[in-house]
Design a protein around this ligand. Sequence first.
Ligand code: AMP
Ligand code: MG
Length: 366
Amino acid sequence: MRRLAAYVLLLALLLSGCGVQMSPDEAQESIQVIAMDTAMLITTYGERSPAAAYACEDTIRDLEAKLSRTDPDSEVSRLNASAGEPVEVGEDLGVLLELARYYHGSTGGAFNIAIAPVVSAWGFTGDSFRVPSQAELDGLLELAQDGPGYNGSLSHGGADRYSLAPGQAIDLGGIAKGYAADKIVKVLQEHDVPRANINLGGNVLAYGGRPDGTPWRVGIQDPARVGEQNAFAGVLALTDSFAVTSGGYQRYFEQGGKTYHHIIDPATGYPADSGLTSVTVVAGLGEGDGSGFPGTMCDAYSTALFIMGEEQALAFWRDETQWGEEGCPFDLVLVTEDGRVVVTKGLADRFTLDESSGYTLEVASQ
Ligand code: AMP
Ligand code: MG
């Protein structure tokens, strides 16, 4: 069922062309990867494009093997099954645990990987969807309320031992693809790739520009028209940037005439209901919060800001970006339930509203 959904998404990506432009002069390689519960499309350019594309795939598969919650042999599964005992984790998981702990704090608890048992109770870990009782949610929320309470710290060499608080489990679904995108940047650099368009299912890496020198065009899915081909709220023109989108439309089920999606508000245990239908966080490759992982930051913040809602998300953006170059430069595209698209000022010249979407465009400034 999940695989089928991923294949349908892949077909949609292929048919929409997803911003990839063919060039007769420059070698290129395009490969499709089904991983991390989604359909991915990797297009690399330049002489070493085939080796680069397959090295990107290897990176994704390696991370999936370490971070998957459904693979019992993954490091995450071993940690989740460890009942409070210390477990050895490699560098990737160690870095993600540290970043996740930081983002839990910086988002006031909205980003919380310890929400895992609640995500599972709704059936989003397998595909056995159900609406949990309030009593069940209350019990599970108690385990998550203080955030990821693991002990351990990352030693310089990478691998280290971590233990979760007893009863806790973690879910890296809100951050893993962004981290994969950060690692892919390094793979592309190592292969001297001049340009690439990497779409990890809602996480886009626009590396370099298009072969004709213009920016990549990255469509923002219209959350109100998910079933339609090329139904965009608008298009971003991006060079050397990450654009990561979170939306309730990306994974959901319906029961009793209601729709329940996969982004859980840790304050309620219910799917976030903040008036936003999608949030896209955009950052340049060298930007972000200074952690060296701007793709991971975009991923964590797209999930968290979707939960916060428009007002809080814009306040967060103003707070985090007020130091300019020294701070944490990123920009946002918010799509609202009441028919507006709000872009923050850094994107005003790079975002084009799709007129057929019917949205009105607003620009938010500092
Ligand atoms: P994304 O598509 O990046 O917004 O991530 C959504 C995924 O993150 C879900 O499918 C869950 O695996 C996980 N998740 C859900 N709610 C939260 C939350 N409040 N904090 C962190 N991760 C979450
Ligand atoms: Mg995310």
